[in-house]
Design a protein around this ligand. Structure first.
Ligand SMILES: NC(=O)c1ccc[n+]([C@@H]2O[C@H](COP(=O)([O-])OP(=O)(O)OC[C@H]3O[C@@H](n4cnc5c(N)ncnc54)[C@H](OP(=O)(O)O)[C@@H]3O)[C@@H](O)[C@H]2O)c1
Length: 339
C-alpha cells in the first residue's frame, strides 16, 4: 500500500539571516514546517537527497552582490531527490528527479534543506543510467561547461593546432571544461591562482599552467601573440582584457564567471583587427531542446568514474563550516551534500 503524505512536514534547513545591525548569520534550523496549502498549483514538493556546493552559495553565505532578496534564506542551487507530494500533472509521488540550471536557491529557498517546494517546469526526471548523486556531481557547473563547449566546438576543432585556455581552472566549471576538452584530444592550457594546483591540472591533461598573477602582468600592448582559439573565462575583471589580446583571428572569449570583478576595461583592437568575439554564457538561459541535448551528454559522460574519485560527500553541518570561512577552499574536490 502506498504511504500517505504526512502534513505538516517538519524539516531541517540551513537559513541565512541578517541581524538588525546588518550582521549575516547562518545556522541549521531543525523545526521548519510545510503545510499542504503551501504547495501551490503546478508545484511539487521534493524530498531532497543530494545537493552540491557552488560559488553562488559562497556569495550568499557572505551576502555579497545582493543575491539574497529576502531573509531568512536557504541557498543551494542544485537538487536531486524524490517527489513527496505533487500538485502537478507532470509528476507523481516517488518520481526520481533533479533540478539543475534553474533559479533554485535564488528566486526560492534552495536545496540545503530536507524539503523544497518548486514549480514543475524546474524539475527533470532522473535518466535511467544516472544516480541521484551523480547528477549532483555534474550539477550546474557541468551543465555550464557543456553549454560553453557546445557553443565554441566548431571554432576549436577548426583550429585544432592551437590550444584552448581555461581560467579559474581548478574550479568546478574549469575542471569540467578540461575533462570535456581532453575527451576531444584538444590541447588545453590553464590559469590558476594557486601554484599547488599545477600538478593536479597536469594530471587531468593540462599541458601548461600559467600563474594568474603573472598572466595579469602581461605587457601592456594592444595585442599579443595569437595563441588561443577559444578562452573559457571564469574570473572576469581585468583578466578579460588580457585574454582578448591572446586570441587568434576569429577566436572567441567565453565569459562565464565574475569572481574577480564584473567590470573590465578592454582594448577593442583584437575585436576589430582579429575579428575576435566575446560571448556570454547563462546556464539558466537554455531552451528545452538545448537542455535535453545537454542532459543526454550527462548520460554519456565518460568521466563519471574520474569525477567520483574527485567527489567528497559532506553533511549540512559541514556546508555551514566550509562556506563560513573567509576563502572557501574545496581542495580540488567536488563537494556533494547528502541531505
Ligand atoms: N554563467 C553561468 O551560467 C555560470 C554557471 C555556473 C557558474 N558560473 C560562474 O563561474 C565562475 C566559476 O564557477 P565555479 O563553479 O567553477 O567556481 P569554483 O568551483 O568556486 O571555482 C572557482 C575557481 O576560480 C579560481 N579563483 C581565482 N581567484 C579566486 C578567488 N579570489 N576566489 C575564488 N576562486 C578564485 C580558483 O581556481 P584556481 O585555484 O585554479 O585559480 C577556484 O577554484 C563563478 O563566477 C560562477 O558564479 C556561471
Amino acid at each position: 500500500m502506498k504511504k500517505k503524505e504526512i502534513f505538516p512536514i517538519k524539516y531541517s534547513a540551513i537559513k541565512i539571516n541578517k541581524t538588525r545591525e546588518g550582521k549575516v548569520t547562518n545556522k541549521i534550523i531543525y523545526s521548519n514546517y510545510l503545510y499542504k496549502k503551501d504547495i501551490k498549483k503546478k508545484f511539487v514538493l521534493i524530498k531532497v537527497q543530494y545537493a552540491n556546493i557552488n560559488y553562488k552559495d559562497f556569495l550568499m553565505f557572505k551576502n555579497i552582490r545582493g543575491l539574497i532578496k529576502r531573509f531568512p534564506h536557504t541557498p543551494g542551487i542544485d537538487a536531486s531527490g524524490i517527489v513527496y507530494f505533487s500538485n502537478s500533472k507532470k509528476f507523481k509521488k516517488n518520481d526520481k528527479i533533479f533540478i539543475i540550471a534553474k533559479p533554485l536557491g535564488v528566486e526560492l529557498n534552495g536545496s540545503f534543506s530536507q524539503f523544497i517546494s518548486v514549480p514543475d517546469h524546474w524539475v527533470n526526471k532522473l535518466p535511467k543510467n544516472l544516480t541521484s548523486k551523480e547528477t549532483m556531481m555534474i550539477g550546474t557547473s557541468g551543465f555550464t561547461a557543456i553549454k560553453a563547449l557546445n557553443e565554441t566546438l566548431k571554432t576549436i576543432l577548426n583550429n585544432k593546432h592551437k590550444p584552448v585556455l581555461v581560467t579559474g581552472a581548478s574550479g568546478n566549471v574549469g575542471t569540467f571544461l578540461i575533462h570535456l576538452l581532453k575527451s576531444y584530444k584538444i590541447s588545453v592550457e590553464a590559469i590558476s591562482s594557486n601554484k599547488g594546483n599545477e600538478r593536479i591540472l597536469k594530471k587531468i591533461g593540462v599541458s601548461k599552467t600559467h600563474s594568474l598573477k603573472n598572466f595579469l602582468n602581461a605587457p601592456n600592448f594592444s595585442m599579443l601573440n595569437e595563441k588561443y582559439s577559444v578562452i573559457f573565462e571564469n574570473l572576469g575583471g581585468s583578466l578579460i582584457s588580457i585574454c582578448l589580446k591572446y586570441l587568434i583571428k576569429g577566436g572567441i572569449l567565453v565569459s562565464i564567471g565574475n569572481i574577480l570583478s564584473n567590470t573590465s576595461t578592454i582594448n577593442i583592437l583584437p575585436l576589430i583587427l582579429r575579428n575576435v568575439s566575446i560571448i556570454g554564457i547563462n546556464a539558466e538561459y537554455s531552451n528545452a531542446y538545448e537542455r535535453k541535448k545537454i542532459f543526454q551528454i550527462f548520460n554519456s559522460i565518460k568521466f563519471k568514474k574520474k569525477l567520483l574519485k574527485k567527489t567528497k560527500v559532506i553533511s549540512l553541518k559541514e556546508v555551514c563550516k566550509i562556506l563560513s570561512k573567509k576563502n572557501y577552499n574545496k581542495r580540488n574536490k567536488r563537494l556533494v551534500v547528502k541531505i
